[in-house]
Design a protein around this ligand. Structure first.
Ligand code: PEP
Ligand code: MG
Length: 592
């Protein structure tokens, strides 16, 4: 078969080489993650033991009738692995101690074993991890109640190819066995891409006609940095990409080593760099990634992963744990932002013709007050155990904030009566992501404690570009003069009111935009964890004074083109790291 190349949009960085798994909509592996009550420990424990037993029997069955000695030895080894303390006992202990369901506990054990194996110098021994992963995969299959699929099992080099994967499905993919994914639709700021970044798996989206041009099991290379997909690569291409993959690994290692240093410019300006979090698993890595807290916790993904609606106790335990893990920094809990491209099947309001303009986020929460109150109560209760902030998405009017504040006040009194401790002065912030909020930002700034500019949606709504539609992705332009003016207006209003202001949209995660972000004089940014080390390094190498001057200049230009060419010219004199960014996309390639 001849080598074939396809182009798409690099949605999550990294390079992977592997085999295609064409995903039919009904086939994603679903790994639910939830906290359990004390009474459920026994049930989860026996479910896990039962699954291990099933897998053991399956290996025995495979063995029967096999005459090739090497393979029967391998199957014997698999049975031994099943009872390895790191896998077996550790999972049982996790279920009991961390009160989590069996699937999640098993996933955590696998991650831990992988971490241990990754430190082994010997290549052969390190690769033995794949056997453990395979064994765990069989157990996981039984746990998830899936029939065993003789046609295909995910192996460590599986690359999922699908027409589309919804954000919810992405969170459900058994990530550790998936080396990357490719979809026909989607863009860099769609929630599917955001989850791929959170999972640290390379992804290319918006690859036209890929599902009809590819077969199950074909060998494929995915380059999430440059948005490239290569099917049936020649051996020279495989060699080249294997080298690039290794280079990228070394680059990551290099960039990550001083992630813990503060993001202070040489002339003394400090920008607080925080993490965006979608999956609870990520909370454990926030501090080691160099983040100074969580600036955006997209709590809706927890709801998307649940079978039913989480009750207050479950939410409280989950939020409390996050607050404790991230202490002494704060966790910014964004209240449920469902709607747009994220749906919960349990909430069925009928089909909306324009979901992006529909009953989304705060509108939905004010419509479904019980769900909203439950979440707010849980956040407030968790605030007693560290530092928490509340962030309200999709605010488009002052009335909405008045309503939220009234509900919050009522809940605070309720909690006091019930004797629950909480942080009385918990900061309340809003997302600036709807153009009307920018227009009235002076009024809004007097009502809240901080602004978080959500550029993903602000660009979508201000420029009338669907952020999930790859056909108009070329128009999705963070450097559009209208967007820059809106950021400036919001920052000024925040400064006038003496409140904090930051950006938590993907714009702040684009290394090439950091000098611009700096120049706006924001207090904080919140970005996906992968990019934090690089962003902090760029900040440490850039003089705030230069960027401020540059931003003042670009705000005078009427077109994106002029803005871009001015920036490109100016950036040449800016930091080394920035000019050396070979792996992260730059202004010219990412949005044109
Ligand atoms: C945004 O809109 O910029 C944002 C950060 O929120 P989300 O991407 O979850 O809509
Ligand atoms: Mg948004």
């Amino acid at each position: 078969m001849q080598e074939r190349r396809f182009r798409g949009i690099g949605a999550s960085p990294g390079i992977a080489l592997g085999h295609v798994y064409l995903l039919q909509r009904s086939q994603p592996r679903i790994i639910y993650q939830f906290l359990i009550d004390k009474e459920q420990i026994k049930k989860e424990t026996s479910r896990f033991k039962e699954a291990v037993n099933f897998a053991r029997k399956e290996f025995l069955r495979f063995k029967q009738g096999l005459s090739i000695k090497e393979i029967t030895h391998i199957l014997d080894a698999y049975s031994v692995i099943l009872k390895d303390p790191l896998l077996y006992k550790a999972t049982l202990k996790r279920i009991k101690d961390e009160r989590i369901n069996a699937e999640w506990a098993l996933l955590k054990s696998i991650n831990e074993i992988e971490r241990i194996f990754s430190k082994i110098d010997d290549d052969y021994l390190r690769q033995r991890f794949e056997d453990i992963r395979y064994v765990a995969e069989r157990v996981m299959k039984y746990l998830s109640g899936e029939p065993t699929d003789s046609r295909y099992t995910y192996t460590h080099d599986t690359i999922i190819v699908a027409y589309d994967i919804s954000p919810a499905e992405t969170t459900h993919l058994q990530t550790k066995n998936i080396a990357g994914f490719i979809t026909e639709i989607g863009t860099r700021t769609s929630h599917t891409a955001i989850v791929a970044q959170a999972l640290k798996i390379p992804a290319v989206v918006g690859v036209k006609a890929i599902t009809s041009s590819i077969k199950d099991g074909e060998f494929i290379i995915i380059d999430g940095l440059n948005g490239e997909v290569i099917v049936s690569p020649t051996s020279a291409t495989v060699e080249e990409y294997t080298r690039r993959k290794e280079e990228y690994r070394l680059y990551r290692k290099e960039i990550e080593k001083d992630a813990y240093l503060p993001a202070r410019t040489p002339d003394g300006f400090c920008l607080n760099v925080m993490a965006n979090v979608e999956l609870f698993e990520e909370v454990y890595s926030v501090l080691s990634a160099g983040a100074e807290g969580i600036g955006l916790f997209r709590t809706e993904f927890f709801y998307l992963q649940q079978k039913g609606f989480p009750d207050e106790e479950r939410l409280f335990r989950y939020f409390k744990k996050a607050v404790e893990l991230v202490s002494p920094y704060s966790v910014t809990f964004r209240t449920l932002d469902i709607g747009g491209d994220k749906f919960i099947s349990k909430l069925d309001f009928g089909k909306e013709i324009n979901p992006a303009l529909g009953l989304r986020a705060i509108r939905l929460c004010l419509n479904q007050k019980t769900i909203f109150r439950t979440q707010l109560r849980a956040i407030l209760r968790a605030s007693a155990y560290g530092k928490a902030r509340i962030l309200i998405p999709f605010v488009s009017s002052l009335e909405e904030i008045h309503k939220v504040k009234a509900i919050l006040q009522d809940i605070k009194e309720e909690l006091k009566r019930e004797g629950h401790p909480f942080d009385e002065r918990i900061p309340l912030g809003i997302m600036i992501e709807v153009p009307s909020a920018v227009s009235i930002c002076d009024f809004l700034a007097r009502e809240v404690d901080f602004f978080s500019i959500g550029t993903n949606d602000l660009i979508q709504y201000a420029l009338a570009i669907d952020r999930t539609n790859e056909q108009v992705a070329y128009l999705y332009e963070p450097l559009h003069p209208a967007i820059l003016q809106m950021i400036k207006t919001s920052v000024k209003a925040a400064k006038r009111a003496g409140i904090k202001v930051g950006i938590c949209g993907e714009m702040a995660a684009e290394p090439a935009y950091i000098p611009i972000i700096l120049g706006f004089g924001l207090d904080e940014i919140s970005v996906n964890m992968q990019v934090i080390p690089l962003i902090k390094r760029i900040i440490r190498e850039t003089n705030f004074r230069d960027t401020k001057w540059m931003v003042d200049e670009i705000l005078k230009f009427p077109t994106t083109e002029q803005i871009k060419s001015y920036i490109k010219q100016t950036l040449q004199d800016l930091p080394q790291t920035l000019s050396n960014i070979r792996y992260e996309s730059l202004i010219t390639s990412s949005h044109e």
